[in-house]
Design a protein around this ligand. Sequence first.
Ligand SMILES: Cc1ncc(COP(=O)(O)O)c(C=O)c1O
Length: 385
Amino acid sequence: MSDQFGLDSLSVDGLQARQGTKWARYPGDLAAWVADMDFPPAPAIVQALREVAESGDFGYPVWQSKPPSPAEEAFVAWSERRHGWQVDVADVLPLADVVQGIQLVLHTCTAPGDRVVVHTPAYPPFLSSVEKTGREVVRLPARRDDTSVTGWAFDYERLDAELTARPAKALLLSHPHNPTGHVFAEAELRLLAELAERHDLLVISDEIHADLTYAPHVHRPMALFAPQRTVTVTAPSKAFAMPGLRYAVAHVGSPAARAAVAKLPDHLLGTVSLTAVAAATAAWTSSDEWLAAVLARLDANRHLVAELLAQHLPNVGYHVPAATYLAWLDCRALGWGDDPAQTFAQRGVRLSEGPNFGVEGHGFARLNFATSSAVLREIVERMAT
Ligand SMILES: Cc1ncc(COP(=O)(O)O)c(C=O)c1O
C-alpha cells in the first residue's frame, strides 16, 4: 500500500512527544483510548489554517451577522455528494461540538423525567448527557448475532412493547454505533422510523462516524427515513482527525425542534471561529483523497487487530467493526473482572474502560486502532505482556 500521506509512518517516540490529550495524558504509556486518530492531517486542512493565519485578519467573521458560513455550505454539498441526502442550509446550525448539540436538543425538546432510548453499550457522554439533564435512559442492549451482517442485533420487538407500556420522548442514536461499529442498514432505519412514528419519538441521530463506514456497508442518514422527526448532529472531527478545531453541525429537520431551538437567546450557542470554519470547509471540499487513504489504512488495521489478537490474546473476543476505528474487546474470558482496561493500563496500554459504556460494557475495553500498523502491533503486543 503506498503511503502518500504518511499514515503508516508513525513512531511511538513521535506520538509520545505530542501535546494532545490522547498521548499527553498518560506519559510513557501507549495510547489507544480516546477516539482521536494519530494520522497527520489532510494537507488541505493545514493549508486552509495557514491561509487564515497569513491573512492577518482575525476580526469578527462575516457569518456572525450574515449566516451561513462556508462550512455549512460545504456540509450541504458533502451530504448530497457522499450520502445522497439533500439538506436545506437554513436548517443547519453550526456548533462547537456534537455532544453540545445532543445536550441542546435534550434541553430544549425534552423535560426532566422524560425517557430517552439509547442503544447500549453507549458512548459514555450519551449516558451522562441523559442522566445529568435529569432524563432517564431506556436501554436497548446489543447482542452478538452472527446472522446479522454487522455481527450485532437489537431486539426492537421488545423495545416496541416497552414503549407501549411506558412511553419515551426521544431516541438517541449513535449511527454508526460507537463502540460496536454496527452500521444501521436501511431496513433497520425504516423500522426505527416506524417506531419513532408509532411512539411519537424525536430522533437525535449522532452521525459523527458516518464517513468511517467500510464497504460494502453503506451509511444512510436517519433523516432520510424520518425527516420530520430527526435532528442530526455530526462533525468532520472524527473522519478528518480534527476534534481539537471544534466545529460541528446540527441539522434540525424536526419542525418542533426547530421552533424550540429558535427560542434560545442569541448568543447562547456562540459563533464558530475562523479556524474551525476554514478547517471544516477544507475537510468537506478538498480532502477526499486523504480520506480514501485513511479508510484503506483503517480497513487494513481492523483486520490486523483480529490477527494480532489471535496471535497474542486469543481469549479476547472481537468482531471486526463495520464502521469506526474502534475495536470493542470482550475480555470476559480473561477473568479480570468488570474493568479489564485497568490491567492493560498496568501493562502500559491505555484503552477506554468498558464499564463507562454502561452495564453491557462490564468485562469489555475499547481499543482505538487509528494509528500505524507498527504502533498497533506494539500496542497489542504490550497488552499481552
Ligand atoms: C458517537 C460520538 N459522538 C460524539 C463524539 C464527540 O464529539 P464532539 O467532540 O464533537 O462532542 C464522539 C467522540 O468520540 C463519538 O464517538
